[in-house]
Write a protein that binds this ligand. Structure first.
Ligand code: ATP
Ligand code: MG
Length: 563
């Protein structure tokens, strides 16, 4: 193993590649690809596959292609192609000039099919789709041979050409591989490899009325691109013999090899494209980039970083068995990255006005505050202090329990980066009885210094100067589903979390945030990590998304394991 690979994880896929390299397979080359179908936006599961394929290529100094696997016109579009390209770039991965489209291979795939017919390995079947299904057999019973199985090569060639020319109705005929209707593997029972489908394709328009099936197109696209290791998810395991069967009959020279791994399943999330499309189309979310979506574009808008997502993909590793990964691990990776890189600032989500009675009315102080407690390189910013402040409504209790280290009648608390203040009185709304304003006094000796008399003031709260803060809307996101494994439920929409979005208007943030870049992340002290919304935030009306709260349930679990 080279020093280069030593820093990489090992897993059964890398073991196989090491073995291939040791035995001199593929002339020592490693070529992978990521093959999304452009019929939706990519999600965190795809990110796992992206990181795996591009990661392996980088580790072995090989190549990884981006291939749009666009052989089924239904639902495919340029919008999705563009989103996939943007999202993978944003994740920080690069394919140089190796961007390919399976639809560019339509002519060559057609010629491959002709070859299969000529060698007696494929035939035109005129059973209806229902009949094909009925005759396929079951796990315990073999299938029945199609009555069209022994059509002559000439007739097959003629009909296949006429299929291409559009002489037949959709579904009238299919091209099937002639393998074995009695195979124990149902996939091998004369699978359909071409079908008639009159649907315009977003790239080839109406040039084609026949389209190759995935099993036929994918392995041959791999071969055409010189892919050595075709990594895919476990549901294709039964298709591997078909992959090999096709490649063995049509490709001479080095052949690609399919390797399957377990797809990512994430708790409180669904990762099936079909279901994500349903969430979008039925407007359960506000689009593909809704910050609650597990899509890459959603996570980006939410404020997740590419580094955090890539780190998560390394941490979960690659396995051969399906499992459910705790979404708390993903959140943990995001939190770890933001803890290091997000500047600190103060925000008051639910403001309560505080008047410092003994602070001069016309005075303002500017405090120089560190942007990061451990990293002086991140600099400082000025925060204004004056007589009228906002604090968090929940940092005051009229009748607090003993252990409450915040503000209450007769209590003192430290304002972060500023003075210790003491409660004096409160003003209530006459109608509702709610506390609407506090009156306090401050101790001028305590700016960033302990009280001179040695008294203990354990609580620290955040605050803003009422005159010097900027209004903001803050969107608090929670998990989209309220059960751990919505993916396993047929009726998954019945388990949506009704509280997955809470929008707080009336919040305040430090004025310096009016200059913050859209998409930038900030730690609001004591509250969590927040990101300037790229779509809705304006200088006059700032909008923030909560990326993650501060409390790390994963670290707790992991810490607990260590005892
Ligand atoms: P569908 O279920 O509609 O086929 P898909 O999620 O498989 O969609 P593709 O565009 O075919 O979407 O996927 C591209 C690649 O990403 C494939 O190689 C697939 O195996 C991989 N992939 C998809 N979902 C996951 C997942 N949850 N975890 C890991 N890899 C995934
Ligand atoms: Mg797929």
């Amino acid at each position: 193993m080279s020093p280069d690979t030593a820093s990489h994880p090992t897993d059964f896929i890398r073991d196989m590649i090491d073995h291939d390299l040791q035995t001199g397979k593929n002339d020592g080359k490693v070529a992978t690809r990521f093959p999304p179908e452009p019929n939706g936006y990519i999600h965190i599961g795809h990110a796992k596959s992206v990181c795996l394929n591009f990661g392996i290529a980088a580790q072995y100094k090989g190549t990884c292609n981006l291939r749009l696997d666009d052989t089924d016109p239904a639902g495919e579009s340029m919008e999705f192609v563009q989103s996939i390209i943007n999202d993978i770039r944003w994740l920080g991965l690069d394919w140089d000039d190796r961007l390919f489209y399976a639809s560019d291979y339509f002519e060559r795939l057609y010629q491959f099919a002709v070859e299969l017919i000529k060698s007696g390995n494929a035939y035109i079947c005129s059973l209806t789709p229902d009949e094909v299904r009925e005759q396929r057999g079951t796990f315990t019973e073999p299938g029945k041979d199609s009555p069209y199985r022994n059509r002559s090569v000439e007739e097959n060639l003629d009909m296949f050409q006429r299929m291409r020319l559009g002489e037949f109705a959709d579904g009238a005929h299919t091209l099937r591989a002639k393998i074995d209707m009695a195979s124990a593997n149902i996939v091998m029972r004369d699978p359909v490899i071409y079908r008639i489908k009159r649907e315009p394709h977003y790239r080839t328009g109406t040039n084609w009325v026949i389209y190759p099936m995935y099993d036929f197109a994918h392995c041959l696209s791999d071969a055409l691109e010189g892919i050595t290791h075709s990594i895919c998810t476990l549901e294709f395991e039964n298709n591997r013999p078909l992959y090999d069967w096709i490649v063995e009959r049509l490709i001479t020279g080095p052949r690609p090899r399919q390797i399957e791994f377990a797809r990512l399943n994430l708790s409180y999330t669904v990762l099936s494209k079909r279901r994500l499309i349903e969430l979008v189309n039925k407007e359960y979310v506000q689009g593909w980039d809704d910050p609650r979506m597990p899509t890459v574009t959603g996570m980006r808008r939410r404020g997740y970083t590419p580094e955090a997502i890539r780190n998560f993909c390394v941490q979960i590793g690659v396995a051969k068995n399906d499992n459910l990964i705790d979404v708390a691990l993903l959140e943990h990776c995001v939190r770890e990255d933001l803890n290091e890189h997000a500047p600190r600032t103060m925000c008051v989500l639910r403001p309560l006005r505080v008047v410092i009675d003994n602070y001069p009315e016309d005075k303002t102080e500017q405090f120089e505050c560190a942007n990061h407690p451990q990293n002086p390189d991140m600099g400082t910013r000025k925060v204004s202090f004056s007589r009228e402040l906002y604090i968090e409504r929940e940092d005051f209790m009229e009748d607090p329990p003993k252990k409450y280290h915040r503000l209450g009648p007769g209590r003192e608390v430290r304002l972060r980066n500023a003075y210790i203040i003491k409660f004096e009185s409160m003003v209530k709304d006459e109608r509702t009885g709610d506390v609407v304003e506090l009156h306090c006094t401050y101790d001028p000796q305590t700016r960033n210094a302990p009280p001179a008399d040695g008294r203990k003031v354990p609580g620290v709260i955040h605050w803003l100067s009422a005159e010097h803060c900027a209004p903001a809307e803050v969107r608090l996101y929670d998990r989209l589903f309220k059960i751990e494994n919505p993916g396993s439920e047929e009726d998954f929409l019945g388990y949506l979390n009704p509280d997955s979005l809470e929008t707080l208007t009336g919040c305040f943030v430090e004025q310096s945030l009016q200059q913050a870049k859209p998409g930038s992340q900030h730690q609001f002290e004591r509250l969590g990590y927040f990101c300037v919304d790229t779509k809705d935030s304006k200088t006059e009306k700032l909008v923030f998304n909560r990326v993650v709260a501060l409390r790390d349930s994963w670290a707790k679990i992991a810490g607990g394991d260590k005892g």
